[in-house]
Design a protein around this ligand. Structure first.
Ligand code: IPD
Length: 261
């Protein structure tokens, strides 16, 4: 049995409601690393999502941020981040999301990112376009870096200068209109799909953070590759450029300096 987009929208919205119940409350915060946080709400949201998918699609593989890799059929694989933007959430900053993707035979087929604090539901089905609350969305038509507002993120381990993204950030900053760091990769990519931001890049990202976003951007007319420019980008070590086709070549050139070092 395979899921449909309405199913993903339903479970992601329900998980978003769980997050809103705990938003601005006092949290139990655990540290997975020096600056890598997890709250009890990540766990509650994930328990809900796993419970639903396990009940309805018993034999599917599930890859999640908190529980890791739950074995199942290789052809049917879910990617789940029950709370993308945990640091924002823990601080009370209303930029966080639930992001869910379903991949069939190693290709993301269905994608949903819900921002519950703004009632935004971004969704996409392969070949059917990308949508925000049911309305079609498209990547921007910005052509020049100097007119582009980009977005990025940083890994939690900043020690390795070839992977910490600081050189890229500084180089882009001198060549684009502006750069945002929103703190939820899933929202970053949804905003690129909506054309609100012009391009996203990140190094050392996790598959559950970006699986839904890749389909959203592609279905909104964008181009997604890894930093090496490969369209077969969904593999470790995960790095990503997601933008419109014209800006893609320009972003890739700016990122090649680090890439080729
Ligand atoms: C993080 C966010 C952030 C990105 C990090 C992710 P989390 O996910 O998506 O924007 O820069 O790489 O780990 O930890 O909030 O689920």
């Amino acid at each position: 049995m395979t899921p449909n987009l309405d199913y993903l929208i339903h479970i992601a919205q329900q998980a978003g409601e769980i997050l809103m119940q705990g938003y601005l409350q006092k949290h139990e915060i655990r540290h997975k690393g020096r600056i890598d946080l997890v709250t009890e709400m990540d766990t509650r949201s994930e328990d809900y999502l796993l419970g639903e998918i396990r009940r309805d699609f018993k034999d599917h593989t599930i890859i999640t941020e908190e529980s890791g890799h739950l074995d199942g059929l290789e052809d049917h694989c879910w990617f789940i981040d029950p709370l993308d933007g945990t640091a924002n959430y823990a601080h009370g900053v209303p930029i966080f999301s639930v992001t869910v993707a379903y991949a069939y035979r190693n290709q993301v087929a269905l994608a949903v990112t819900v921002d519950p604090s703004r009632a935004h539901c971004f969704s996409a089905e392969r070949g059917q376009g990308a949508f925000l609350n049911g309305q079609p969305i498209h990547v921007s038509t910005t052509q020049a870096l100097v007119d582009a507002m980009l977005v990025t993120g940083f890994p939690t381990d900043l020690k390795d200068p070839t992977k910490n993204n600081l050189d890229n950030f500084s180089r882009f900053l001198k060549n684009v209109q502006s750069i945002r760091r929103l703190g939820s990769a899933a929202i970053d990519m949804a905003y690129v799909a909506a054309g609100w931001l012009d391009g996203y890049w990140e190094i050392g990202i996790h598959p559950w953070d970006i699986a839904a976003g890749t389909l959203l951007v592609e279905e909104a007319g964008g181009l997604v590759t890894n930093l090496q420019g490969e369209e077969n980008y969904f593999k470790s070590p995960y790095s990503l450029i997601a933008t419109n086709p014209v800006l893609h070549a320009k972003m890739r050139t700016m990122l090649q300096v680090t890439d080729d070092r």
